[in-house]
Each structure stands twice: as C-alpha cells, then as structure tokens.
Design a protein around this ligand. Structure first.
Ligand code: PMP
Length: 407
C-alpha cells in the first residue's frame, strides 16, 4: 500500500491552520488529546443540526434516527478493535470511567480482604487510583510490577507477583509517559495460565496501531475517543459477553433497566446495563466518525508512518546537547519524553510555546513512572499522523533557543 500523504491529512485539520504567538502551530501534545479532522467535527455538527433527540425512548423519527446513529457508532467502534460482538462494547466517558466500571462492577463483588490486585509502575493514575480506592474499600493489597532503566516491564518480577491471591492484573498497553509498547499478548498469556483476568489500558495504543482484542487475549480493554481524533467525554470498555453478563450493574438509572417496580428492578442486557442515563450521543457519533476516518487511512499505514516519524524525531532530539531521552524501550510508540540539563521542563514548555510548539510538561498523570527515574517532571513531545519531520526541526530549533536563554 502507498504511504500516507501527510499534507492531505494536515489539510483535513482546521486547527492546524491557526497561529500561536504569531507562529504556525506545531502540535506535539496528541497524547493529552488529539486534534479532530473535519470528518469528525462535521459528523458531530450534522448530528446536532439534523438528528438530535434522545435515544432508545422515542417513537418519533428523530429519536429513531438518533438511536440508529448511536448504535451504528457502537458497531463501528466494536469492529475497529475486532470485538466478536457489538453488544460487548460499552460506551463510557473514557478510559478513566471504563477502569472505574471494571473496578466497581466486576472486581469489587469478587474481592476478599487479603486479595491482591497487580498493576505496573508505569501506569497512568487512572489505572492506579481506582484500584487503590477498591483496595481500601475491601481490605485488599495493590502490588506493583517494576520496570528497568529503559522503561521495559520486568516480566520475571510479574510472574512472581502473580500468586494465588491475585484477582486482577491491570497493565497499560502503550505508556503515555515513556512511550513503551508493552508485550501485552505475552502478559495476557502468562496471567491466563494462572487463571488471572487482565485489564488493558489501551488509551495510547488504539490511536497508533491496529488493536485486535481477540488476538491480545485480554479480559477488558479500555480506551478514549479523544486520543484517537474523536470527541472528548466518550470512550469505551470492551469485555466478553459472558463477563459482562456476570458483572453487577455500575450506575443505576434510566436506560439500564428492563422493568422497575418497588418490589425490585430487572436490569437490561449488556451493553445497556452499564449505560445508565442519557449518554454522550453526539460524542458517540463523533467516535464512530473517528474510527471510520482511521479505517480510511489504514492502521497499518498509520503505524508505519508514525514509526518512521518517531525514529526521525528521536534522532533529531538526540542532536541537542544536554538532552536526555526518558524511556528508551526497544518497542515504543507515539511519545518522546525528555529532559534538558539545567532547565526545568516547565520552563522548556513555556519558552517553546512562543515558537508555536505545544508540548506537555510535568508528570503526565504517571507520577510513579517519572519518579522511577528520580525526576519530578519531563517534557513530552507526542505525535500523530498529522505531524512531520519538519515540525521536529522546529522543536529542535526552539530547544536551541531554550539552551541559549539558560546560557
Ligand atoms: N491511560 C493512559 C495511558 C492515558 O494516556 C490516559 C489519558 N492521558 C488515560 C488512561 C486516561 O484517559 P481519559 O482521561 O480519557 O479517561
């Protein structure tokens, strides 16, 4: 297949036309939130302009069309991760809510005092805090898989941690702080051999590579639309139907019931059982448009383009004196975290903003991962299909400017 035409991709992102402090925008903060192509923006406005109504309730035409649009988005998002059934795809507010849903609706009723949950040292806070809260609620213990100086998980240590009291393993597929692509199929196989269910945080994986939940062999897969060119406030949880059926409800309310009386309530079948209340309908419609857009590019071509860009960007950044890359795993995607000798990352970010360059600085909601390197913060350039090697040249020029300012 021919390579991606980045200029035609860039032309589809209206925001890339704007200037920042009088300079063309160089957006290297996709890991925080991606920009949206015209196709997604239009799908959302078209929904509001022509079909807007509540779903699953009305007999009127708009309500039927809105329901069809919402449910069609579910079908396409489910297919995008090769879920065996569209009914296994639960719409949530995002990765964070998907993880909290699993913590409270799946694990909490199955957890006894003294049981264990295993996560890794490189998790986003959204894959740490819900488990800490649950451990506190139940009297369970959180165990942590360490990683090495390159940012690669220690799988031998993981094997040792996966003892008889472990009720769930929760691991990030691609680290937002270090860029590490974890060997999640291998991790799932090792856990499965011990009968331990695995949750994967796919927030940074789904935008950058083809994800097949069946091939991975996981039990739960969580992701967010806004990291993959879709709207904020919507995301998904995938789990096999048998698991979803065996789970307690999450929140109670409308849309998640079959029958309510004061003698008792009968819940709807999954996925509706986990979608109480009016959902983010337009968000789901935009989510569907985002996966259609990515499908149109082809995830294998997206991955190939971004791998080349990551390699070129890494090489260019390494040419800056005093720059240290944090996270040097053999398998990386989407993210280059770095520090610059003698300059606080926040100063880097503030100064290069005046060159039009947007990066993230701080702990990236993964404080333990950054602390592992003895650091309070890093600067992070994260990339997308709309970035170019020329933009890395602008970043490098801006970093030279930072070095000059700091003598
Ligand atoms: N996990 C990872 C790896 C992430 O990068 C993020 C977002 N920064 C999240 C989870 C949380 O996603 P959200 O804020 O969309 O719920």
């Amino acid at each position: 297949a021919p390579a991606l035409d980045v200029e035609s991709i860039r032309a589809q992102f209206p925001i890339l036309e704007r200037q920042v402090h009088g300079k063309p925008l160089v957006y290297f903060d996709t890991a925080a939130s991606a920009q949206r192509p015209r196709a997604v923006i239009d799908a959302v406005s078209r929904f509001y302009e022509t079909q807007n109504a509540n779903i699953h309730r009305g007999v009127h035409l708009l309500s039927q069309e809105a329901t069809d649009a919402y449910e069609s988005a579910r079908t396409r998002v489910a297919k995008f991760i090769n879920a065996p059934s569209r009914d296994e795809l639960v719409f949530t507010r995002g990765t964070t809510e998907s993880i909290n849903l699993v913590a409270q609706a799946f694990l909490r009723p199955r957890l006894q005092p003294g049981d264990e949950i295993v996560v890794s040292e490189m998790e986003h806070h959204s894959n740490i805090v819900p488990w800490q809260m649950l451990c506190e609620q139940v009297g369970a213990t959180l165990k942590v898989i360490p990683f090495n100086d390159a940012g690669e998980l220690d799988l031998d240590a993981m094997d040792e941690l996966l003892g008889p009291r472990v009720k769930l393993l929760a691991v990030v597929h691609v680290s937002n702080a270090l860029g590490t692509v974890n060997p999640v199929a291998e991790i799932c196989a090792r856990a499965k051999a011990k009968g331990i269910p695995v949750l994967l945080d796919g927030a940074q994986a789904v935008p950058h590579q083809a994800v097949d939940v069946q091939a991975l062999g996981c039990d739960f897969y969580c992701f967010s639309a806004h990291k993959m060119y879709g709207p904020t406030g919507v995301g998904a949880l995938w789990a096999p139907m048998a698991t979803l059926k065996a789970m307690a409800p999450y929140q109670g309310g409308g849309e998640m019931i079959l029958k309510v009386s004061f003698d008792g309530t009968e819940y709807a079948a999954p996925p509706n059982k986990f979608e109480a209340g009016t959902p983010n309908i337009a968000g789901a419609v935009g989510f569907g448009a985002a996966v259609d857009w990515l499908d149109g590019l082809g995830m294998d071509r997206v991955a190939a383009y971004e791998a080349a860009l990551l390699a070129a960007g890494t090489e260019r950044l390494q040419s800056v004196p005093g720059l240290n890359i944090v996270g040097t795993a053999r398998a990386k995607a989407g993210v280059i975290s770095f520090t610059l000798d003698g300059v606080h990352p926040h100063d880097i970010g503030t100064i290069i903003d005046h060159y039009g360059v947007a990066i993230r600085t701080g702990h990236h909601c993964a404080m333990p991962a950054i602390a592992r390197f003895g650091l309070p913060a890093t600067a992070r350039a994260s990339l997308a299909v709309y970035n170019t090697v020329a933009e890395f040249d602008v970043l490098v020029e801006a970093l030279h400017g930072v070095r000059e300012m700091f003598g």
